[in-house]
Design a protein around this ligand. Structure first.
Ligand SMILES: Cc1cc2nc3c(=O)[nH]c(=O)nc-3n(C[C@H](O)[C@H](O)[C@H](O)COP(=O)(O)OP(=O)(O)OC[C@H]3O[C@@H](n4cnc5c(N)ncnc54)[C@H](O)[C@@H]3O)c2cc1C
Length: 408
């Protein structure tokens, strides 16, 4: 395992840094955020403009082949770029699904016409994509998807409900998993489609979160008509297509979990007094800081291990499941400690307390969602148990039963 950049990666890092220094503002501190004070519409417009600028410089789709409009670089170069951009004040997350999972799936499974129509506008920020997989009774096990796609001549008629669809309220397209054959076992009768979110029969209802934001949505589909040319991959092979989408998440290397929360807690613990002395002198606070530090350092080492694999041209292994499992829990307990440091005032919105409270409050509020999104804690533990430790797999009695029979 080699944690250092290869000479090529180091040269690319220097090139990217020079470009970022000329085109963006470096973060002044941990609390610096691009989003501050912007409405969602303003933030979206800024994100689109930034994506266009990146596209013009060749950084919009670094690992995509040149013939698809990408830079033709390696996944390691993409990671290098993301690491460098994280040091600058730029809009983030808007294109996370588009560029992180949806477009790589289109690039892998799409027809030449689909690739020609969809990749370039998404790289340039003109289109945002969402991922319509989860349903009220299908999340951890997407083999339970019940959204129905029925063939009528050259068209598919789609009816059903999706839920937790991040960004559906501003997305132009989505990748949608639907059931096309009810007589096959649960994972065999599924097909993936490209959904134009502007079609008649689609209703998007935002879900209001504890943070008062609405990042995700319910999506209702009532007899939405799609041409067969919107099918992504072969009929009834949607499970395979979906697995390739989820595999892409490993390449994100848990970037959102490698912040320096422990350093933030140290700053707050120095500032705040408990019983007439700095909170940092209290054993419980010191132990909480140590826990946050150990969790973050462990996460960082696994991330570097994943980076090392990518650098060798390999895919990061199933041990990457520990990044989210440990990272999201550390954010929740560390965020709770930081909020507690503020005493009763810790629960007041950060705008009133000061910018140094933004990060811990945000982490505390969003950590429960992070422990669910992209695979719950329990699913990560199953991955580690079965695929890292080699323990026996779960009993799956419904694997070969036609889906229709499971419905009763
Ligand atoms: C912030 C956020 C954003 C999201 N964005 C999207 C999106 O853009 N698109 C999308 O399609 N989905 C999205 N999701 C949905 C997410 O993928 C699901 O919530 C997740 O997969 C869990 O599914 P579920 O909610 O149906 O819970 P369930 O699968 O019903 O799980 C309920 C509980 O049972 C446990 N459990 C389930 N199966 C097992 C098992 N085999 N062994 C042990 N325990 C088990 C779970 O850990 C959990 O505690 C998002 C979720 C969140 C929180």
């Amino acid at each position: 395992m080699d944690f250092n950049d290869t000479p090529e990666e180091a040269a690319f890092r220097a090139q990217v840094r020079t470009w970022l220094e000329a085109n963006a503002t470096a973060k002044r501190g941990r609390d610096d955020t691009f989003r501050a004070g912007l409405s969602e519409a303003e933030y979206l417009a800024a994100a689109r403009a930034w994506q266009k600028r990146k596209a013009a410089a060749g950084y919009a789709a670094i690992a995509a082949p040149r013939e698809m409009g990408g830079l033709g670089g390696t996944p390691a170069m993409q990671v290098v770029y993301s690491q460098e951009e994280a040091r600058f004040l730029t809009p983030d997350r808007v294109f996370e699904v588009s560029l992180g999972t949806a477009l790589p799936t289109v690039a892998m499974w799409g027809t030449p016409e689909q690739k020609a129509s969809y990749l370039q506008p998404a790289f340039e920020g003109d289109h945002v994509w969402c991922q319509l997989f989860s349903e009220p009774s299908a999340g951890s096990d997407l083999g339970n998807v019940r959204t129905r796609a029925t063939r009528e001549g050259d068209e598919w008629v789609i009816t059903g409900q999706k839920v937790w669809t991040s960004g559906a309220h501003f997305a132009q397209y989505g990748i949608l998993l639907a059931r096309t054959d009810w007589d096959q076992p649960k994972s065999k009768g599924l097909t993936m489609f490209i959904l134009d979110m502007g079609l008649p029969g689609i209703e998007v209802r935002p879900i209001r979160q504890i943070s008062d934001e609405a990042h995700f949505n319910e999506v209702f589909l009532s007899e939405v008509r799609l041409p067969d040319s919107a099918r992504l991959g072969p009929e009834n092979q949607g499970w395979k297509v979906m697995l390739s989408t989820l595999m892409q998440e490993r390449f994100s290397l848990g970037e959102n979990f490698s912040g320096d929360l422990y350093a933030q807690i140290i700053d707050l613990a120095r500032e705040v007094e408990w019983d007439g002395r700095p909170a940092i002198e209290h054993a419980r606070v010191r132990s909480g800081i140590a826990d946050a530090y150990i969790a973050q350092f462990g996460v960082e080492l696994i991330v570097r291990r994943g980076m090392s694999a990518i650098s060798r041209g390999e895919s990061p292994g199933p041990e990457m499941a520990a990044v989210k499992l440990v990272g999201a829990r550390a954010f929740q307990t560390g965020g709770a400690l930081a909020v507690e440091l503020g005493g009763a005032e810790g629960l007041i919105a950060q705008e009133d307390l000061g910018p140094e409270w933004r990060l811990p409050q945000l982490l505390w509020i969003s950590a429960p969602g992070a422990r669910i999104a992209g695979g719950t804690d329990e699913i990560q533990k199953n991955t580690i148990a079965e695929r890292v430790l080699g323990l026996p797999g779960e009993l799956r009695t419904d694997r070969d039963v036609p889906f229709r029979e499971l419905e009763g």
